[in-house]
Design a protein around this ligand. Structure first.
Ligand code: RIB
Ligand code: CA
Length: 322
């Protein structure tokens, strides 16, 4: 099977870095570009971290586009309490020698999407607030319509983290998430949601980290540093590979159970702003009593996952075994 052409949109971030390593190194994926957005850390840190990961992976040829520094409406709020003060585990890595592409994230996304022939359309993988993709839908709608598939990390049918109702990426820019889902419905772009219902399941243990350190390669050392940071920060024996699971989902589709469901984003609720409202009702009944009707966006929502299998794929990739 030929490699899947992908573009990652990131707010690197410890788990975005795990996702970048998988996308850059696994032969089943063809990483065409990476675009950056403010989120886990301020945009400048995100760009530096992203370039650092690609340089460590030996993928200096992958163009990196600089995108939005803040959400469409919300004030920027970072997650450095989760990802470290530099946004990527405070590993003390040297500054990258790579530099970002001269194009903005929007123009880079447009160019990469439009350059792909019809039979190998690009999968766009937002692992961050979806500000860049929402802007693409508004500024370059024809490019958005040519996207082959969107697989986004965000939201949750039953689980939240940023608030009692919302997941961080969607909570950070709910208008962007709503615009992207609306544009998927308008342009009939297939969209999958890798949300918190599965996000925490693929775990990497202390023993896995020791095995990575014993390899002594730059990639394995970086992977070990990322995971062990979360072990220490959250005092857990296992740390999730987070965003990397959304990338792995493309390589092991049978390891993730999805249901195609209508999904809306709550924009006005005092306590629920940013919630992904996943409609799990059985629609064999009538709709006369529901003033809202079906959400336009039909989303493949991930509701079950073989966590160990997904984690093992990531480990084998950063060990250089695939
Ligand atoms: O809620 C988890 C998401 O928020 C992940 O993408 C993490 O990197 C942060 O961006
Ligand atoms: Ca992220």
């Amino acid at each position: 099977m030929s490699a899947i052409p992908v573009v990652l949109d990131v707010d690197t971030g410890v788990d975005d870095a795990c996702a970048l390593l998988l996308a850059a190194l696994h032969p089943g994926l063809d990483l065409r570009a990476v675009t950056c957005v403010g989120g886990n850390a301020p945009l400048d840190d995100v760009v530096r971290n992203t370039l650092r990961v690609l340089e460590t992976a030996g993928c200096g040829g992958v163009p990196v586009g600089v995108g939005a520094a803040r959400p469409l409406l919300e004030e920027p709020v970072d997650a450095r309490h989760v990802h470290g003060s530099d946004g990527m585990a405070d590993l003390g890595l040297p500054a990258p020698t790579l530099t970002p592409d001269a194009r903005t994230a929007l123009d880079l996304l447009r160019d990469v999407i439009e350059a792909a022939p019809d039979d190998e359309r690009v999968t766009v993988v937002p692992l961050a607030p979806m500000t860049n993709l929402a802007l693409l839908a508004r500024v370059h709608p024809a490019a958005f319509a040519r996207i082959g598939r969107i697989v986004f990390m965000g939201g949750g049918a039953r689980i939240s983290n940023a608030t009692a109702a919302a997941e961080f990426n969607v909570f950070h820019d709910p208008e962007a998430a709503a615009i992207v889902l609306d544009a998927c419905a308008t342009h009939d772009v297939t969209v999958a949601m890798y949300g918190l219902d599965v996000f925490y399941d693929p775990l990497v243990t202390d023993a896995d980290v020791e095995g990575l350190r014993a390899l002594g390669t730059p990639v394995a050392d970086l992977a070990a540093g990322l995971i062990s940071f979360h072990h220490r920060r959250f005092a857990n024996a296992g740390a999730t590979i987070g965003d990397a699971g959304a990338v792995a989902m493309m390589l092991l589709p049978d390891a993730v159970r999805t249901e195609r469901r209508p999904v809306r984003v709550e924009l006005t609720g005092t306590w629920t702003r940013g919630r992904t409202v996943v409609d799990t009702r059985d629609w064999s009944g009538d709709m006369h009593h529901d003033p809202h009707g079906l959400a336009p966006a039909q989303v493949d929502v991930a509701l079950g996952i073989d966590g160990p299998r997904i984690a093992e794929l990531w480990l084998r990739t950063v060990r250089g075994e695939v």
